[in-house]
Design a protein around this ligand. Structure first.
Ligand SMILES: *Cc1c(COP(=O)(O)O)cnc(C)c1O
Length: 370
């Protein structure tokens, strides 16, 4: 070991073994690497329509205020969210992306003596936040690519402080029903916090809409997380939130850094919440694009996992990485999911009609030559 490497041995045990989150490849990076000019990114479940007009106007209007610290309490945004969901402001925790809420809850509840339960193929941030605080991850095998709630319940012990559930799940797109989730939450011991990650909540359309917020009244150990990064098209600003009992929110706010939401994020999020037109258009474009991609998969004889989100997991029946790399050379960035134990799949974010078309053409061409 050289002298500089010795520093690794000083880091806490969980961090020494931590494999950092691998994000979707940025467009600029591929431009630099391959010198391509026409690149599309269908890799990070971003909104292909961009931010809405109202959010952009709010950002423009707030630019002269940037010398000042943001409102550390996020008053306006909390008020807007409380109004929308008929909750009290004290039930809301604002995060630098909902990702930060996941980190706050891990820091507030997990120690090396504790366990966090989550599913195989679930969002990659759960193992990271668990390991970073030295806690033990208990990974429950998936059922049909989704959460096996009965098995997850059996995995809960007196050491379990957190259970993470992504609904819809990323990267599989699977959706749990209101009834099955309700049974799970009712059966969960109150010594354990249930983190219900609803990053794709706005895209869910099903006969029986999921109303997880109703459970907050009876479950002080429930934390719902949502975000402005996906349907609202503000991923670059980093803002998300947690909804919970006031007591749980109080705990999260104790470990939150004081100005975790920047001024532009706060004003844009408030404006985005009032921009129903942009949200509806986003949902419509997503539904049309989902149909376009799955129709294309059908033509190619490929299977996919039915998705409730703004992305779809396609089964290539061959290693995904070479296909991912071939797509990169054609200027199409998608997401390999080997780290999710899905080496033969790729996750494709739904783009605009033109982007989806380019992707399908590139994929068709690649599969014809392997
Ligand atoms: C994208 C995503 C998030 C976090 O997004 P933020 O940008 O941090 O709000 C959380 N959970 C899941 C399942 C996601 O896919």
């Amino acid at each position: 070991m050289n002298n500089a490497d010795k520093i690794y041995t000083l880091a806490v045990a969980g961090v020494q073994r931590l494999v950092p989150y691998k994000a979707g490849k940025p467009i600029e990076e591929l431009e630099r690497e391959l010198g391509l000019t026409r690149i599309i990114k269908l890799a990070s479940n971003e909104n292909p329509l961009g931010p809405g007009k109202k959010a952009l106007a709010a950002i423009q209007a707030a630019l002269p205020e940037l010398a000042l610290y943001p409102d550390g309490s996020g008053f306006m945004l909390k008020q807007a969210l409380a109004g929308k969901y008929e909750l009290d402001e004290s039930q809301i925790t604002l995060g630098n992306g909902s990702n930060e809420i996941l980190e706050l809850v891990a820091r507030a509840f997990l120690t090396p003596e504790h366990e966090a339960v989550f599913s195989q193929h679930a969002f990659a941030v759960y193992p990271i936040v668990t390991q970073a605080v030295g806690a033990t991850a208990v990974v429950v095998p998936a059922l049909n690519y989704g959460h096996d709630l009965d098995a997850m319940l059996l995995a809960v012990t007196e050491k379990t402080r957190l259970v993470f559930i992504a609904n819809p799940n990323n990267p599989t797109g699977t959706l749990l029903s209101q009834a099955s989730l309700e049974r799970f939450i009712n059966a969960l011991p109150d010594t354990c916090v249930c983190v219900l990650d609803e990053a794709y909540f706005e895209f869910v359309s099903c006969a029986e809409p999921i109303n997880s917020i109703a459970w907050l009244k009876t479950h002080p150990n429930l934390l719902i997380t949502r975000t402005f990064s996906k349907a609202y098209g503000l991923a670059g600003l980093r803002t998300g939130y947690g909804l919970s009992s006031p007591q749980l929110a109080d705990i999260l706010n104790r470990v939150r850094q004081p100005f975790n939401n920047n001024t532009l994020a706060l004003v844009a999020a408030v404006a985005a919440l009032s921009d129903d037109e942009h949200l509806q258009q986003t949902i419509t474009v997503n539904a049309q694009g989902m149909r376009q991609l799955t129709d294309g998969f059908k033509v190619l004889g490929l299977e996919w996992v039915p998705s409730a989100g703004n992305f779809v997991l396609v089964d290539l029946k061959q290693p995904g990485l070479p296909v991912y790399e071939a797509l990169l050379r054609k200027g199409v960035i998608v997401r390999p999911v080997g780290v999710y134990e899905l080496p033969n799949h790729l996750r494709i974010s739904i783009g605009t009609k033109a982007e989806n078309q380019l992707f399908l053409e590139a994929l068709t061409d690649i599969l014809a030559h392997v």
